[in-house]
Design a protein around this ligand. Structure first.
Ligand SMILES: Cc1cc2nc3c(=O)[nH]c(=O)nc-3n(C[C@H](O)[C@H](O)[C@H](O)COP(=O)(O)O)c2cc1C
Length: 206
């Protein structure tokens, strides 16, 4: 049984869009309601690294996601960058949790400083102030002191910093295996049951 009913998933312009899309798919499959947000840079990265065209209009992106994942329309909403009347913009109707995946260093910095300049930053700010689960999947390498200080500040506020660092001890054979490793850890943070990866020590229990 999932501990969350509604999760906001924000896609930003860091490399790693396959993680975000697989997360949306897994949440929908688990029957979790998903509110999707995406930045302009995420559209550029989607084209560059997956040859995907994420439409600029949220309604078209919603249709595209519903088709791609053959999902229940009742479970999916997509909101625009300045859709300030969308539920995740307010503390009166926040989701149970939010994941920024992948999370660019720019969005990470904006969240760490409470900028709230677009719906992604505002929704994250709402999660922090309302003490809802917020998971950031930051991607950059190497990390500068600025990045690390921003992450430390957020971690001290209770934000989960979950770098996409797949382990090799599960002997991944495909890129999809490595993506699933990271997505399984995000789902674990949200309390969403999943069997994407074998559990550590599970074979000894049998
Ligand atoms: C192909 C591509 C890959 C990028 N990869 C990263 C990355 O891994 N991490 C990062 O912080 N920024 C990355 N960037 C830069 C961000 O997209 C840029 O800083 C942007 O302003 C972030 O905006 P957003 O946070 O609103 O999505 C990349 C840009 C492109 C075009």
């Amino acid at each position: 049984m999932s501990r969350v009913n509604t999760v906001t998933v924000a896609l930003t312009g860091a490399s790693g869009l396959p993680y975000g899309l697989r997360l949306i798919e897994a949440l929908l499959q688990a029957g979790v309601r998903v509110w999707v947000l995406y930045s302009q840079a995420a559209q550029i990265v989607a084209k560059q690294e997956m040859n995907l065209t994420l439409p600029s209009r949220p309604a078209e992106t919603r249709d595209w996601l519903l088709r791609r994942f053959n999902a229940d329309p009742d479970l999916l909403q997509v909101y625009g960058r300045e859709e300030w009347f969308a539920p995740p913009a307010s503390g009166s109707n926040p989701p149970d949790a939010m994941v920024v995946c992948p999370c660019s260093m720019g969005t990470l910095a904006a969240i760490a400083h409470g900028m709230s300049d677009n719906l992604i930053e505002r929704a994250a700010d709402v999660c922090i102030k309302e003490q809802r689960k917020l998971v950031l999947v930051p991607r950059e390498t190497p990390l500068s002191a600025i990045h690390l200080e921003n992450m430390l500040k957020l971690a001290r506020l209770g934000v989960s910093i979950l770098p996409p660092s797949p382990g090799f001890y599960t002997h991944p054979e495909t890129v999809d295996d490595m993506v699933d490793f990271v997505v399984a850890r995000i789902l674990d943070q949200l309390g969403v049951d999943n069997a994407l990866m074998p559990r550590w020590g599970a074979s000894q229990e049998e």
